[in-house]
Write a protein that binds this ligand. Structure first.
Ligand code: SF4
Length: 218
């Protein structure tokens, strides 16, 4: 007599759960047309919030986290609207990886609509630490979205003159697509001034201390 027992069937699959929405992004600054924050001509986002506390940090005004953020789709649109004539986007700070989930979401939108853009970040963490299980949330996603990374705390005892690195302990990594062949041949200004339409002056890049003091007096 045939058994009436039935083989257990496949477990019904759970309905797809949409991922949680990305948190808003706390921004400290935005500029376009930069030539000192990575290869080529770049759109640059400075994020707000960093608790790493490097002595001699160029951007201590970006450490605080207070204040509202901007939705990631609004930030991505701002980048995309500025993209013409640019080679990519740089995330700086503040500490990009302390908002890695939001920045990964921004990067995802940008890469979908502007696939040629090369994405880069400056971080105070070491790459090895960003690959650990206890890295800030979203770090793996942000690393996957990037092409190039400059890592390591700023150390004023070891000032450096290598391209895009302010101290000798910092390292330039290719974590995605390769650097342009002429990346190190392009003439590289070390610092640049941006003046916003409302007259705010932004000093960017790797200025020497005398220039930083002079701009603070403006
Ligand atoms: S990681 Fe960057 S923003 Fe944070 S303290 Fe160090 S140099 Fe400043």
């Amino acid at each position: 007599m045939p058994s009436t027992a039935r083989e257990p069937g496949p477990t019904p699959s759970e309905p797809d759960t949409p991922p949680p929405p990305a948190p808003d992004l706390r921004l400290a600054g935005f500029t376009a047309g930069s030539r000192v924050n990575g290869p080529g001509r770049r759109v640059v986002l400075w994020v707000r919030g960093c608790d790493l506390g490097c002595k001699g940090c160029f951007n201590p005004h970006t450490w605080q986290v207070e204040g509202p953020g901007d939705p990631v789709d609004v930030v991505a649109r701002r980048i995309l609207d500025a993209r013409e004539g640019h080679d990519g986007v740089t995330f700086s700070g503040g500490e990009p990886f302390q908002q890695a989930a939001a920045l990964a979401a921004v990067a995802g939108i940008v890469r979908r609509e502007w696939p040629e853009a090369r994405l880069m970040a400056f971080t105070g963490y070491r790459l090895e630490d960003l690959r650990r299980a206890d890295a800030p949330p979203g770090s793996a996603d942000l690393l996957r979205a990037l092409d190039w990374l400059v890592d390591g705390r700023y150390d004023p005892r070891r000032p450096g003159r290598r391209r895009w690195r302010a101290s000798r302990n910092q390292r330039l990594w290719v974590v995605g697509r390769p650097l342009p062949p002429d990346a190190f041949e392009q003439p590289a200004p070390e610092a640049e001034l941006h003046v916003s339409p409302i007259g705010e002056v932004l000093l960017s890049g790797f200025p020497d201390p005398a220039l930083r003091r002079a701009v603070r007096r403006l």
